[in-house]
Ligand binder design. Structure first.
Ligand code: AP5
Length: 214
């Protein structure tokens, strides 16, 4: 099965993807996580991506398309994948469609986590991310058991550079300008499944499972 999670920053794509992939044995492909790792390690891609990410802009299409193609080739095209944060432009969606088609595959579902801007801002400004394993918490909605430490690996929790107020505003504008078109693109293909992203995480998960037929 091949699934895409779409939605604005803060919709809960990562939160839902980690749970679903963990329970169903699906490979979780988050371009945001891949790019943050490239920045941390200091690869050529990371050096190129950092300034775009810090300001909340999109990294150029060719860079992320190459990352995805290399990752799928390494893991095997026949596997079940959940794409989280990719595609983000119609050009990326077309490239993904083409690379899957040439391997005799295609997307099964595109899950759109519909989330209001106010909820997204509140979630992102309170998000705490584990420096070691990347798990996400929220100071109010999903606090860690011990302040400042990850429940899963004990790693230090920090605020992402792009979760500062000026970057959040920019990310939401970028989403409206460059990513929202994807909703129509996938609706026209009959792949779009709508889920209410504003609900508590457990309720969102129940809806996600329902639209995916699990
Ligand atoms: P990326 O890491 O993909 O960020 P994003 O899309 O902005 O999404 P987020 O990770 O911020 O939010 P999310 O929807 O995953 O929410 P989460 O589950 O964490 O990308 C970062 C940057 O990388 C981009 O800005 C861009 O520069 C670059 N990039 C990445 N992919 C790219 C691509 N394809 N093309 C070009 N550039 C690309 O939840 C948020 C918070 O809310 C957490 O604290 C969580 O605990 C809490 N929460 C989650 N769900 C709920 C709920 N239901 N109720 C209450 N709280 C909740």
């Amino acid at each position: 099965m091949k699934i895409v999670f779409l939605g604005p920053p803060g919709a809960g794509k990562g939160t839902q993807a980690v749970r679903l992939c963990g329970e169903k044995g699906i490979a979780h492909l988050s371009t945001g996580d891949m790019l943050r790792e490239a920045v941390r390690v200091g690869t050529e891609v990371g050096l190129k991506a950092k300034s775009y990410m810090d300001s909340g802009a999109l990294v150029p299409d060719d860079v992320v398309i190459r990352i995805i193609e290399e990752t799928l080739s390494r893991l095997g095209w026949e596997k079940s994948f959940l794409f989280d944060g990719f595609p983000r432009t119609v050009a990326q969606a077309e490239a993904l469609g083409e690379m899957l088609k040439t391997r005799g595959a295609g997307l099964d579902h595109v899950v759109y986590l519909e989330t209001s801007a106010g909820v997204a801002v509140e979630r992102l400004s309170g998000r705490q991310t584990c420096r070691k394993c990347g798990a996400n918490f929220h100071e109010k909605n999903m606090p860690p058991k011990r302040a400042g430490a990850c429940d899963h690996c004990g790693g230090e929790l920090y605020q992402r550079d792009d979760d500062r107020p000026e970057s959040i505003r920019n990310r939401l504008q970028v989403y409206e300008a460059q990513t929202a078109d994807l909703i129509r693109y996938y609706a026209d293909k009959g792949l779009l499944r709508r889920v209410s992203g504003d609900l508590p995480a457990g309720d969102v998960y129940a809806e996600v499972q329902q639209v995916l037929g699990f």
